[in-house]
Design a protein around this ligand. Structure first.
Ligand code: ZN
Ligand code: FE
Length: 744
């Protein structure tokens, strides 16, 4: 019996090949809890056989255990795959998409049927989730169904010893999908001509829209500043950094510092975007002053084929969409919306069924921390300790993902985006329908956020009425903490530290700097960051200088000379006056304990970002400014609530005499110290020792590493998200397990 993630990843054909290698006869079949193998043979051979299975398992599989038992069985005269004896709806495993493997890359040069064939794949690699409509993963249930297998593919498909045995998307030059190229003057269909044309376009600074695995990308030379600026303007994307794709690991190492764990993640079959520290500047417009680079390596055959021709070792490869809309998957829509942005369009004639963005990862404290969970991860379930059957958790508003419960598996959707955008909201409801069909799921319970205005919440309410099923409303920061507990199977009281920008509090205020005592069912608020008025509400989130003003106004009142800080000299006098009046009259100024707001304020006081052009820009620039080492901290008052008047006073005093880098580092150290201090207070009162850190603020590598260091040195047991993002993209998992606890 082989347990773990062994279904839908070419595991049974792999077992067949292994059996043949050891001349073993027997059978293999899928079970609910894994794959069962029966063979006739002596224990020595079987031992070798099982060790070989462990060592050479397919890349996307993950063996938890191999258990060998002796049983009485008939003598077999061959080795075969037998039909699964379990009910279909119990098999929930669908593999994520897998980057093209080395064997297939070799086939691009030596397999006569697949010379330069850009859709080469095998049981170890290729598209999975993006092309599947229904289970089981069979060609007829995928968007490959419109391509009739040719004779030679069909021979391979049916040959138990072939690497392409039961490879559902199997294809070759004579039967599979093909690329086509289009620009205002010509159409091309020969792949060689296409790639030559595209590489000419890229070298001359043009933008090419290119159909990827889970959606369209826009591509241009990442070393050509004019090309990148041009793309940025057309895409209406202010200054958010662009992801890039390097030719290979050596090229990446020229521009980024890459540590071992980062290299491993970069090269893994999931091929995510890694947030790396910049070593050498790409075109300045790529990361716009941030000292990190979002980098990935080629993962589709066509990427490799393109880099053979391209002169540049690195291209911008950003999602093909307009500002906040979801990444485009539809060919007609791509023509309509991307052709005006790009100079040409490179497409292919296989439909993308399930949209997936590139996933984004950062290595923090030598472990993977997910920022965006999509291609390569979805729809791998998270195993949880409680029964979550029949629960639909609809997630948050921004960076939305939702989660469905099957038994003790939480299947989380791909990254959906910000639901306030209409097209993204459509994607959200479509994706719920797709997941329901794919996993034969019917909601019996729903979970959503407490926030009365979230569109996900309104969706949940409509469903509650329509299906007459119970709805559970779950507090945002409790869900953050529970998301991490669910991953780790922690089911007891913990110290929960949830730092993020915004979440609806149980008291109707905006929360976000929360120290809670929580279990999976409930929580109580121990203390929180100070409540600060946000003049203009959401406007203050877009314009961090307003929050900076508000902090100073609260802590120093009228005696403070605002003009002593250069930030306020750069702001229009009328606006300053207006914000001041709003604060005085408590008009349109909701209060917030959001930790993100403190980072916003400090970032803008340091002159790093007074108006944000993308989400979290101010905190990102603040972290990015650190390039010195210091353990110094600023004073603070860790009471109920936690006050930062002394902190801000000291920062302002430091402004004329210290570098921005040192001030920023000291500020981050201070927040880590606050975390330690409050954790100690809670431990003293409750004897709890387990600390959970979650919430978007913990995407900050410097802060998280510092906090982990301080807490573990002080004998706390600290846990952070690994399988789902600590940001709002992970909320749905927390909602799911909390709902499960409240049901039962
Ligand atoms: Zn392959
Ligand atoms: Fe949040």
């Amino acid at each position: 019996m082989i347990k773990g993630l062994v279904q839908g990843v070419g595991f049974r054909p792999f077992i067949c090949r292994m059996a043949a290698k050891y001349d073993l006869f027997g059978e293999v079949d899928n079970r609910t809890d894994g794959v069962r193998v029966i063979v006739n043979g002596d224990i020595k051979t079987i031992d070798k056989f099982s060790n070989d299975i462990l060592r050479n398992a397919p890349p996307a599989s993950q063996i938890k255990s191999i258990e060998i038992n002796e049983i009485q069985s008939a003598a077999f005269n061959s080795f075969k795959i037998v039909a699964s004896k379990i009910l279909d709806n119990q098999i929930t495993e669908v593999s994520p998409d897998i980057a093209v493997c080395q064997d297939c890359l070799d086939d691009l040069e030596k397999d006569p049927e697949r010379i330069d064939y850009p859709f080469v794949n095998c049981t170890n690699c290729g598209p999975r989730f993006t092309i599947i409509e229904e289970l089981p993963f069979d060609r007829q249930k995928t968007t490959m169904k419109s391509f009739r297998m040719c004779k030679s593919c069909s021979v391979e498909y049916n040959d138990i010893l072939d690497r392409r045995f039961h490879a559902q998307p199997i294809a070759c030059n004579s039967c599979g999908p093909v690329y086509s190229y289009k620009d205002p003057v010509k159409n091309l269909s020969n792949i060689k001509e296409i790639l030559e044309e595209v590489s000419v376009q890229i070298s001359s600074g043009k933008t090419v829209a290119i159909k990827g695995l889970g959606g369209y990308h826009l591509m241009c030379d990442a070393l050509n500043n004019d090309a990148v600026r041009n793309l940025r303007q057309k895409k209406q994307r202010d200054s958010k950094p662009f992801a890039v794709m390097f030719r290979g690991i050596n090229a990446a190492k020229k521009y980024c510092y890459i540590e071992d764990e980062e290299e491993k993640a970069l090269k893994s079959w999931r091929r995510p975007i890694l947030i790396l520290r910049q070593k050498k500047l790409l075109a300045e417009q790529v990361s716009n002053g941030l000292t990190t680079i979002g980098a990935m390596l080629p993962y589709m055959p066509v990427h490799y084929m393109l880099f053979r021709m391209l002169k540049t070792p690195v291209v911008v490869l950003t999602s093909g969409n307009i500002s906040d809309e979801p990444i485009i998957t539809d060919d007609l829509l791509a023509e309509k919306k991307l052709m005006p942005i790009a100079d040409s369009l490179l497409s292919y004639n296989r439909q993308i069924l399930n949209r997936t963005d590139d996933s984004v990862i950062r290595i923090i404290n030598n472990k993977e921390s997910l920022i965006r969970r999509s291609r390569g991860f979805v729809p791998r379930p998270v195993e949880v300790k409680c029964n979550v059957e029949g629960i639909l958790a609809v997630g948050s508003e921004q960076k939305n993902s939702f989660c469905i419960g099957k038994g003790n598996q939480a299947v989380m959707s791909q990254f959906i985006g910000d639901l306030k955008n209409l097209a993204t909201y459509d994607f959200f409801s479509e994706a719920i329908d797709r997941f329901s069909k794919l996993f034969r799921f019917k909601p019996k319970y729903i979970a959503c956020d407490l926030h009365p205005d979230y569109l996900s919440g309104q969706y949940a309410e409509a469903l509650e009425k329509e299906l007459k099923i119970p709805l559970f409303r779950i507090q945002h920061h409790h869900a953050h903490i529970a998301s991490c507990m669910a991953e780790l199977g922690i089911d007891e009281k913990v110290i929960g530290i949830s730092l993020d920008g915004t979440g609806y509090g149980s008291d109707g205020n905006i929360w976000g700097g929360e120290f809670i005592i929580a279990d999976l069912k409930d929580f109580s608020r121990f203390t929180h960051f100070d409540n600060i008025a946000l003049p203009g509400g959401d406007k203050a989130i877009d314009e961090p200088w307003r929050t900076a003003f508000s902090y100073i106004y609260k802590y120093f009142e009228n005696s403070f000379n605002f003009k002593s800080i250069s930030l306020f000299n750069s702001i229009d006098e009328k606006k300053l006056q207006m914000v001041k009046e709003m604060l005085e009259m408590k008009m349109n100024s909701p209060v917030s304990s959001g930790a993100g707001r403190l980072f916003d304020a400090v970032s803008s006081i340091l002159g790093l970002c007074s108006v944000a052009t993308f989400d979290s820009e101010a905190p990102m620039r603040l972290e990015s400014a650190i390039n010195d080492k210091t353990d110094d901290i600023y004073p603070f008052i860790a009471e109920k609530p936690i006050e930062f008047s002394e902190t801000l006073k000291a920062i302002i005093n430091d402004l004329p005499v210290q570098t921005i880098s040192i001030i920023s580092a000291k500020f981050h150290n201070t927040v880590a110290q606050v975390i330690l201090e409050v954790a100690r207070q809670i431990r003293a009162e409750t004897s709890l020792k387990k600390v959970i850190l979650s919430g978007g603020v913990f995407q900050n590598k410097y802060l998280l590493e510092k906090s982990l260091y301080l807490l573990t040195r002080n004998k706390f047991k600290v846990f952070t998200n690994r399988l789902v993002p600590p940001n709002d993209g992970g909320i749905s998992l927390g909602q799911l397990v909390i709902a499960s606890k409240r049901i039962r």
